[in-house]
Write a protein that binds this ligand. Structure first.
Ligand code: DC
Length: 213
């Protein structure tokens, strides 16, 4: 079974997806981390990020992102788990993720990983593009001010206003990929605790499984 969890930054995807995967005993796949890893590598190589989609697509193909069992993220032999959460990566990742050559490589790889069995996959285009056949699709959303506040707990060195501006810029550039799938369950997480959201998704899985019997 594939559970697709899409939505904008700060809506709670990572925490919810990780906890849900743990509860279900499913693998957890963070597709945002894959775009972040590629952005980190492209910056290290000093490649222009804005206009050479072909070169970035090649870089992605030559350097598959690897996750270990503990969820650490590797690219080109480096453990970059912490590096990809830096503000400079937050800012540049939408520029890299915009190239269709990059998306094509990522999509292929994500589908391969999804084909390995039960998984909770989080991203922006999982329910619409990567796994349109996913049995369960959820789209998380939240009030922008709350999203900026949540991000601040992960980026204590950056002010909440700067984070809100950054989120707005990212939303704008991610917008085309951020539409919920038509058959996605929308959950507004503004006033919900993580366990409430996880509980709702588990309930959805139960009711769908019952309906399918
Ligand atoms: O969820 P995140 O903040 O780690 O995602 C980082 C960036 O990657 C985000 O700006 C959009 C992009 N992304 C994407 O385009 N498609 C995905 N499936 C996942 C992330």
């Amino acid at each position: 079974m594939i559970v697709a969890i899409d939505g904008p930054a700060g809506a709670g995807k990572s925490t919810v997806a990780r906890r849900l995967a743990e509860r279900l005993g499913f693998r957890y796949l963070d597709t945002g981390a894959m775009y972040r890893a590629l952005t980190w590598l492209a910056m290290r190589e000093g490649l222009p990020l804005g206009d050479d989609g072909i070169r970035l697509g090649e870089l992605a193909r030559d350097n598959p992102v690897v996750f270990d069992a503990a969820g650490r993220v590797f690219i080109a032999g480096s453990d970059i788990t912490a590096n990809i959460r830096q503000a400079r990566i937050d800012q540049m990742v939408p520029v890299v993720a915009r190239h269709h050559e990059v998306r094509e490589v990522m999509r292929e790889r994500q589908r391969e990983l999804a084909a390995q069995g039960n998984a909770v996959i989080e991203g922006r285009d999982i329910g619409t593009v990567v796994a349109p056949g996913a049995e369960i699709k959820v789209y998380l959303q939240a009030d922008p001010a709350i999203r900026a506040r949540r991000r601040q707990s992960e980026r204590p060195d950056i002010g909440v206003d700067a984070l809100a501006t950054d989120l707005r810029a990212r939303d704008e550039s991610d917008r085309v990929r951020m539409q919920p799938a038509e058959d996605a369950e929308l959950i507004d997480t503004t006033d919900l605790e993580v366990d409430d959201v996880v509980g709702r998704i588990e309930e959805l899985i139960r009711s769908r499984s019952l309906a399918a019997q």
